[in-house]
Design a protein. Structure first.
Length: 318
């Protein structure tokens, strides 16, 4: 195949992909409109339609939802991430409830229509205050890794704490996605919106992954890196329970207040404290909009700014 044929083939694939996205978006708009029109019929208020539509559009933008498939693939961890985003915006409990209620009702509608097997809202989340959000600082993260006994746990938690991957990303990476580099390794990740990014990690983490693959990973008919003892993909609830369990076993008394997504927030906080700028962090986390990164991690950047101003104060030179 010559260069012209390759170019034509690539162009054809782009056109096909664009049409698929357009069809998927049309299906999504149709389903959401049916849902919203049903609200007017039951509620009798046009204002309800407008409020729900506005709040759903905010949700779509945050999750980078473009098609019906994107909308149906949302998990409970995506819901938790959005809840946390609302908390960090400083919204009242009532306002958080108003933002999330349309999403909950939309997924109940999808469940009743048979489009999903269960709603991601089946796990009941409590609307929280800011002080309840949990992170591991550098010392806590190192304490956790040192205390882990199982090769899979060491590889899994080391990789997340050094890359900040989402649940859906880390449980979908394959062995072939892990590559060795001069300073350690890197992993190819497919994030939201099928966006590809490459994330680096240290030599010790690479060694943990190698040890897990060689000595602990069960034989399986798939190439997924992290699997259960039966060779299956790790379940969301199991991985969350496992995280709480390893925290408890390693002396974290407040382990019940943690959830798996706290690892991603811990990564971001540690990175900022160690000098990463927000633009770099945006790319590493896979946020399409830098305002998302700024809103979620403003507490860390503010602390860093205050510490820098204190350390570099003019009168320190007297």
């Amino acid at each position: 195949m010559n260069c012209i044929d390759l170019w034509k083939n690539k162009l054809y694939n782009v056109v096909v992909l664009r049409k698929q996205i357009e069809r998927g978006r049309a299906k999504m708009i149709r389903e959401v409109e049916i849902f919203l029109n049903g609200l007017i019929k039951n509620d009798g208020k046009d204002n309800t339609y407008n409020i729900y539509k506005k709040n759903l559009e905010m949700w779509f933008d945050f999750q980078e939802i473009k098609t019906l498939d994107d909308l149906l693939k949302i998990t409970s961890f995506d819901i938790e991430e959005y809840n946390y985003f609302l908390v960090k915006k400083g919204l009242s409990v009532n306002t958080q409830f108003n933002y999330t209620m349309p999403i909950k009702q939309l997924y109940n509608y999808f469940y009743q229509r048979g489009l999903i097997d269960k709603s991601p809202y089946l796990l009941k989340y409590k609307i929280r205050n800011k002080k309840e959000t949990k992170f591991l600082n550098t010392q806590d993260a190192l304490k956790l890794i040192r205390g882990l006994k199982k090769p899979r746990d060491k590889a899994l938690y080391s990789l997340i704490l050094e890359t900040g991957m989402r649940y859906g990303e880390v449980t979908n990476i394959c062995i072939k996605d892990i590559q060795e580099s001069e300073d350690g390794g890197f992993v190819r990740v497919i994030g939201k919106g099928n966006k590809e990014r490459f994330l680096g990690f240290s030599k010790p983490t690479l060694n943990y992954i190698k040890d897990y693959i060689v000595n602990d990973r069960p034989q399986a008919n798939n190439d997924i890196l992290f699997i259960t003892k039966h060779g299956n993909k790790i379940d969301k609830r199991n991985i969350n329970n496992n995280f709480k369990s390893v925290l408890r076993k390693n002396g974290f008394e407040d382990y019940k207040d943690f959830h798996f997504h706290c690892l991603r927030h811990s990564f971001a906080s540690i990175q900022i404290e160690n000098g990463a700028n927000v633009k770099e962090l945006q790319e590493e986390l896979g946020h399409s909009d830098i305002s998302t990164t700024l809103n979620i991690y403003s507490h860390v950047t503010k602390n860093k700014m205050v510490n820098r101003m204190s350390a570099n104060g003019l009168l320190n030179q007297l």
